[in-house]
Design a protein around this ligand. Structure first.
Ligand SMILES: NC(=O)c1ccc[n+]([C@@H]2O[C@H](COP(=O)([O-])OP(=O)(O)OC[C@H]3O[C@@H](n4cnc5c(N)ncnc54)[C@H](O)[C@@H]3O)[C@@H](O)[C@H]2O)c1
Length: 328
């Protein structure tokens, strides 16, 4: 990319490291602030996996990788950059003070995105002098491969900030989804939490092990979700009668006790031990980086398959490849 921006990152863990990889591989320079003394090692490891994934995913010339620096203060990370992405721990107080500090140091027209999974942008911006430039930019792990980023403005966010954030994310191969209504958990985490809650109940009640829950997803609905989501899938399930027929047939089932509704199981030590033990049994002694590589290899395979259609995430990959070719 000829005119890739310099990006300031606050937090370089699972998500911040993933953002760093996406921006760097997309040609941007990155300045990262993270108080963790292990930040450099972690980012190096994430980058190694991300490079391998990108080089097998994209069939287009990748831009020269950007350079990265780990800096010692928030101000150093955000001064003189074109875009800021905050990925610190999910604690409101911590994020509010970090965002206020970044706000004081970044040029007033620089947009600040927060990776929060579900905190409201209006609350996140409470201590900022320029709340108009704060948007939620909620990504999905691994950030360097999954295209979705939910962009949600707060009450005082300006339209220009939303548009600029969407443009920046899209220019790095992502698919922004504008969440118009500010709401806890946004769209995707509300859906994911519903499944997570039911999964915990199934393990808690001894109905299924963690592996059986995963199998129930990955050999069935999970495959469909990856390209059609839920509404399109159910429309097809309604056959020639479409959505109305589907609703007539399965609508009444919503009144039956198929789910635990909003109830959540209490996270007792016993339940936690059971989940952790079953998860260890499921995965064996494969380390996290190896698991990440397996996940990335599968994601690349799915996205390449979808690119050959091209459809859904495959279309995003194809569009980004065209963008990369045009930038040569
Ligand atoms: N893990 C996910 O799947 C996921 C997905 C989407 C969004 N998110 C969101 O991304 C954010 C980060 O989550 P994560 O999973 O990367 O957590 P993480 O624990 O892996 O990383 C958090 C990082 O922030 C650093 N940090 C702590 N205090 C800081 C400070 N004051 N300033 C800057 N950095 C600081 C930590 O050292 C750590 O490296 C959270 O808001 C989370 O809700 C997480």
């Amino acid at each position: 990319m000829a005119d890739a921006p310099t990006v300031g990152l606050l937090g370089g863990g699972v998500i911040g490291g993933g953002w760093a990889a996406r921006f760097l591989l997309g040609g941007a320079d990155v300045r990262l602030y993270d108080p963790d003394p292990q930040a450099e090692r972690k980012l190096t490891e994430i980058l190694t996996n991300a490079r391998a994934a990108w080089s097998s995913l994209y069939d287009a010339p990748l831009p020269p990788e950007g350079s990265w620096t780990i800096v010692g203060t928030v101000a150093e990370a955000v001064a003189e950059v074109d875009f800021v992405q905050e990925s610190a721990p999910e604690r409101l107080e911590l994020k509010q003070s970090l965002l206020a500090e970044a706000d004081a140091a970044a040029a007033a027209d620089v947009v600040i995105g927060s990776s929060t999974s579900g905190l409201l942008p209006t609350r996140l911006a409470a201590r900022m002098t320029h709340p108009e430039r704060l948007v939620v930019g909620h990504p999905f792990n691994p950030v360097y491969l999954l295209p979705l980023v939910e962009v949600c403005p707060g009450e005082r966010t300006a339209d220009w900030a939303v548009e600029r954030a969407k443009t920046v994310y899209a220019s790095f191969g992502m698919r922004p989804l504008h969440v118009r209504k500010e709401i806890d958990g946004f769209v995707a985490d509300r859906l994911l939490e519903a499944i997570w809650r039911e999964a915990l109940w199934l393990v808690n009640d001894g109905v299924a092990t963690v592996e059986e829950v995963d199998d129930a997803i990955r050999f069935g609905a999970g495959l469909r979700w990856s390209f059609m989501g839920t509404f399109q899938t159910y429309r097809i399930a309604g056959g020639e009668g479409g959505m109305r027929h589907f609703m007539a047939q399965f609508g009444p089932a919503l009144q039956w006790p198929w789910t635990k509704l909003m109830d959540v199981p209490e996270m007792t030590d016993d339940l936690l031990d059971r989940i952790a033990q079953q998860s260890d049994d499921q995965v064996g002694d494969i380390g996290v980086r190896d698991l990440e590589r397996l996940r990335d290899t599968c994601l690349v395979a799915v996205m390449q398959g979808l690119r050959s259609v091209p459809y859904a995430a495959g279309e995003v990959v194809s569009d980004y490849e065209q963008q990369l070719r045009a930038a040569r």
